[in-house]
Design a protein. Sequence first.
Length: 302
Amino acid sequence: MEAAAAPRCGAIAIVGKPNVGKSTLLNALVGQKISITSRKAQTTRHRITGIRTTGATQFVFVDTPGFQTRHASALNRSLNKAVLGAMGDVDLVLFVVEAGKFTLADAKVLSLLKPGVPALLVANKLDQVHRRGDLAPWLRDMGQRHEFAEFVPMSAKTPKDVERLLAICEKYLPEQAWWYGPDELTDRSEKFLAAETVREKLFRFTGDELPYTSTVVVDKFEEEPSPRHGRMVRIAATIVVERDSHKAMVIGDKGERLKRIGTESRQELERLMDCKVFLELWVKVRTGWADDEARVRSFGYE
């Protein structure tokens, strides 16, 4: 009889400049959506831990905000601290870049990698590279920039690629007991997921018009038993924007846009939390909040 595989468990940081597909990759690795994705740079602002347990191995993924090099606001300083914190205590780093590309912003993130921690070069968005032959010289060049343990060209949208990446990651995780239960997907609370979900819909429906300094604060999160649905959650949340013109944009003509943001958020939260959700949304103007250290902390950023 074959001995059962020893349990493995370890932390894996996903790093890269904004918009290289880190959140999409995290969601694919965990097998469920826990990190918000949007085409707007700077959507992930918290260190989200995604957990995937398969066979004897538990993968604990730490998603980091894309390292900000452009603006030195209080918000960005706290984001950058989160990136550096995440890289310090992990077993493996996934350095995510767009396949075939390497920019100054990528170089800045690469310079943060700690020696001694194995790093995989994840060449994401492979589906967008038209001539695969062009990748060989690029990979050679990348190998000279950093001593990567392995190169993994892939697309986060292709399940086969994601499975292959998981199998590669597994080898780097130490043999030790799991940190979380086998069914847990994230260490983030449902209240946190509620704020993130509303924020994602907000950016999806306002496109590039709304500055990324808009945020969402959950004012009320109450659970009550429901004879009909088993469980019911009442959520009240405030969308915080910088200007009156942004407020008008979020509310939309006759309140249509705010209604859509609310409806889609509620439907997604009902799927994520498997319960009936009542969601109320408000929009408030708070000028200059992203530059105000105390207020940044009060909105839940470290």
